[in-house]
Ligand binder design. Structure first.
Ligand SMILES: Cc1ncc(COP(=O)(O)O)c(C=O)c1O
Length: 360
């Protein structure tokens, strides 16, 4: 029998009956949205699971980033990383701020604190780092810079659910962290996301912003929009949350299998995990030459194995929406990095096939 195609990722899903049971209640209540009981239950359950000071569930991770910028009332330049998904940048631009790119550390692939400092001016209002592939940033160095220069920190923690720092959820770092619960993330609601902050006033503001800026009396007290999660998405989140530990443990062991195969490879290196503990959500490999990556992609595709060039290209090179800014390290890494298939249902045999196809 021919081998089935292997994709770079697939969603981790709870048994359908468990989702259906939760949907039964939604149908009975007839409440589909507007901060319904399942959204509230999901927020409480996720906060308890990860020991968060609260979770403000949103439509998606991009809106969560925009809500964070709005809640902090930022206007000006936000220093961020070019080695990210375009959503980091579009969130900044939709909130009428200007993205300024610091370059990345070539080993951790996260924003380089030294490069951040070089870009701070009197127009800088915040830093927006990304925990790339779930790998924690150098959060202490970033907080030291923010304190010194009086800047806010918003973490784009889209990849980082389940990552930790000093034993605590990484999502508690910064003034606000914004995560994604998109289908490809370790915990998913189909589409979804959320904001986390230790500051109760900011938490209240985030809740108003996602509901058009309404306060409890239905007065509009700040600029907002529709950032609400629906009951259907919350039901999927609740069902999937039951299996979250399982998904995390599975990812870690599959990551270890790939790591063993590639850590001594003469032409491939791996992302350095230096601060805190990652959630092992992706397995990126960095080739020494782009040609070697293209050869590997061609071999894999011929065998119906679909790895993904991610992040590629470095987002500072999107000239149609951005003014010219250089980030040579990010641009170079983006050309040579490939994320290998990694997901819950992926079998060990499939991983071994991918390893063999990449070769030595
Ligand atoms: C780094 C990063 N930031 C933000 C987002 C946006 O998240 P969402 O797709 O939930 O809007 C993504 C999406 O995967 C991402 O990879």
């Amino acid at each position: 029998m021919p081998n089935a195609p292997i994709y770079v990722t697939m969603p981790a899903l709870a048994p359908l009956e468990e989702f259906n049971t939760l949907l039964q209640g939604v149908w009975e209540r007839g409440i589909l949205t507007h901060n319904g009981p399942l959204v509230q239950q999901f927020e409480r359950a996720l906060s308890a699971k990860l020991q968060l000071p609260g979770f403000v569930a949103t439509t998606n991770g991009t809106i969560a980033l925009q809500m964070a910028i709005k809640a902090l009332k930022l206007q000006g330049e936000i220093i961020t990383t070019p080695f990210t998904w375009i959503a980091t940048i579009s969130a900044i631009q939709w909130e009428h701020c200007t993205p300024i790119f610091a370059d990345i550390d070539p080993h951790t692939l996260n924003i380089d604190p030294g490069s951040i400092e070089q870009r701070i001016t009197d127009r800088t209002v915040a830093i927006m780092p990304v925990h790339v592939f779930g790998n924690p940033c150098d959060v202490e160095a970033i907080q030291t810079l923010a304190d010194h220069y009086g800047l806010k920190v918003i973490y784009d923690a889209a990849h980082a659910i389940g990552s930790t720092y000093n034993g605590n959820s990484l999502l508690t770092q910064g003034d606000i962290s914004a995560t994604s619960l998109h289908a490809t993330k370790l915990l998913n609601t189909g589409e979804g996301g959320g904001c986390i902050t230790k500051n109760p006033a900011l938490q209240e503001s985030l809740k108003r912003i996602r509901f058009f800026g309404h306060n409890e009396q239905r007065d509009i007290v700040e600029e907002g929009f529709n950032g609400k999660m629906t009951e259907i998405h919350a039901a999927l989140g609740l069902a999937n949350l039951t299996y979250f530990d399982d998904v995390l443990a599975d990812r870690k062991s599959k990551y270890a299998r790939y790591k063993e195969a590639f850590s001594a490879h003469p032409h491939i290196r791996l992302q350095k995990l230096q601060f805190g503990e990652t959630n092992y959500s992706y397995f990126p490999i960095i080739f020494d030459r782009e040609e070697a990556l293209l050869d590997a992609v061609a071999r894999l595709e011929a065998a119906q194995i679909y790895a993904r060039r991610y992040f590629y290209p470095s987002v500072n090179t999107f000239k149609k929406i951005l003014a010219d800014q250089q980030a040579p390290i990010s641009e170079e890494i983006a050309r040579r990095i490939l994320c290998l298939p990694l997901y819950h249902r992926l079998t060990e045999q499939a991983i071994d096939r991918v390893i063999r196809m990449i070769g030595s």
